[in-house]
Design a protein around this ligand. Sequence first.
Ligand SMILES: [Zn+2]
Length: 258
Amino acid sequence: MTAAATGRPHAPGSGRGRLRMAPVLMYHSISPSGVADPHRIRVHPDRLDRHLRLLRRLGLRGVPLAELVRATDRGEAAGLVGLTFDDGYTDFLEHAVPVLDRHGMAGTVYVVAGRLAGQNEWDEGPRLDLMDADAVRAVAAAGHEVGSHTLHHVHLRGATPAVLAEEIQGSRRVLEEVLQAEVPGFAYPWGEFDAAAADAVRAAGYDHACVTGDYLPGDRFTIPRFYVAPGDGAARLLAKLTRHSWRMRGVPDAGGAG
Ligand SMILES: [Zn+2]
């Protein structure tokens, strides 16, 4: 089985084995707010609760992506699902953390490092508050992972080398300064990447990166995820998980390689 067999383009390999990845779910805002949600990025906390309850019924445990990747490297990812929350909205601490705690699960928050205490100015429409540095530290202290989502939530596909370096390296520096800890994970804004962007992520010292959308993964710098829509019920989520495991059949397990 080769990458070519998927018929899909992807970034050059990292030199390590292809990852037979467990599913990774992508959320954004978790909030009971009734404000218009034209970009469909808000999931109600009760719905998140039902999603996590479904995972438990299936014998699955939601973990931060860095933990999932480490487990995958060791061949020990069975029973795990990656949980990710993009953009670093302030509602994560208030509304997602209590639900995750209730189910004994944790996730990764991908923070836009140049907009701490700002808002989602990259979207037209309702403005949502983004975490400040204290909140980012609180997320890590509560047992969740903090990853980078660039400095300014820019389009990386086709970006110049200078923009790639500033947004990808610069955001890692900011977050490592805030956290006083290594930041191994990166998420491409809108999931947009090309080979140059993936190379820049690797060169900046990250361990892995995730994109948007479900397809057969190329390598650890283009890990696919499922978008979870505001209206996805347990049945829809189950269908997505089933489709993922169906697609993963036949991909060799890279875990424990060597
Ligand atoms: Zn984003």
